[in-house]
Write a protein that binds this ligand. Sequence first.
Ligand code: UD1
Length: 417
Amino acid sequence: MDSFVIKGGKTLKGQISVSGAKNATLPILAATMLADGAFRLTNVPYLNDIKMMVFILRYLGAKIDFYDNTIEIDTAGINSWEAPYEMVSKMRASINVLGPLLARFGEAKVSLPGGCAIGPRPVDLHLKAMAALGATVSVEHGYVLARGKHLKGAEITFEKVSVGATENVLCAAVLAKGTTLLHNCAKEPEVTSLVDFLIAMGADIQGCGTSDLVVTGVTKLHAVDYPMIPDRIEAGTFLIAGAITGSALTVTDCHPSHLTSLLEHLRQAGCTIDVEPDSMHIHPLHRILPVDVITRPYPEFPTDLQAQFMALMTLAQGTSRIEETIFPDRFMHVAELNRLDASIGMDKHIAIIDGVQQLSGAQVMATDLRASAALVLAGLAARGGTTISRIYHIDRGYDRIERKLQLVGADIRRIKG
Ligand code: UD1
């Protein structure tokens, strides 16, 4: 297993570019199964999670070339509706194949995704929505079995806002007979991007970007060429890298409009940030102010930036509180940040961070994707050397992060395991 060795305390300078969004690419890749034909997806990030979805789609019968951030996928040969445990257990987002398989074959057998380091992640909302469209859904021997040759439009109100469930039901509904009314949908840019992709394929969906979507089923969809949106979580991580190291940094190839809540919180922390339509420039920050955060569905503060913002708050001049409402147990990074001399206590699902003057380098372990990003940020700011083990987590969601950080002056090296 590879590790990162970081020598902290360097000021960063220059431009850092953002890759395509992992969480937009995964559902779009799954949705290519809704048509037979040759798709060309561009601005695809080179990540382990994407390789895993490619692997699953190849297993199901697709022909795929993945080169230079482009995926060419021919779905005509897809002939299996079964996604086995060995593949699905490695990545939770594999549940995204459920809706497309059900719509394509009238049948799907997908292994339950299983546990996750950030806490329990049920799929009940996905299953209830498929059942509402007329599928017979059961869970047997660790597999979701869904059958329904003739899915029918229905009115579905999600009890909770769920990105994955919204995406899955959209994919099942676009080819169902009649109209599906969806309420309390997730409005994350990745969902909006999937809706745009489905519309480009010929789907009829109204209400894009709102929590109420109206899907009128069509009989056939067609293959398209489509670019992936920039990764807002990667962009936000780089902005925080600028803030925590007191650097002037320009984050390019991004959509700042997807990061309004983070920008607001960073400004409250004292940052000066210039925003252009597709780039952001952060000015050197000399004094970090404490800011409270509550994670909530988009457009509010994203849970996927909670750990990184906490890394920044460890150096604030005062106490801040970070409450996690999406994944209440997502605090594995707290113990690791404390190993770097942070002072963070927990009160149920709220972290209380007493800012310290200085972090000190130490050996730490990456526990999940965004926790690893938080450790990289803390390591960049800490005095001395930090070694982060198990960085395969970060390779799931950040496209060659160490190379991008090296280009702006960070002293970070990958040690091959
Ligand atoms: C997606 C993102 C993930 C992000 C999360 C929240 C992808 C591949 N992953 O995950 O990075 O952290 O959104 O923004 O896009 N829930 C249920 N039942 C369900 C489904 C979800 O109770 O059937 C709950 C979850 O436990 C959680 C909340 O709903 O408390 C939101 O989860 P959800 O939006 O579904 O997350 P994912 O789609 O898995």
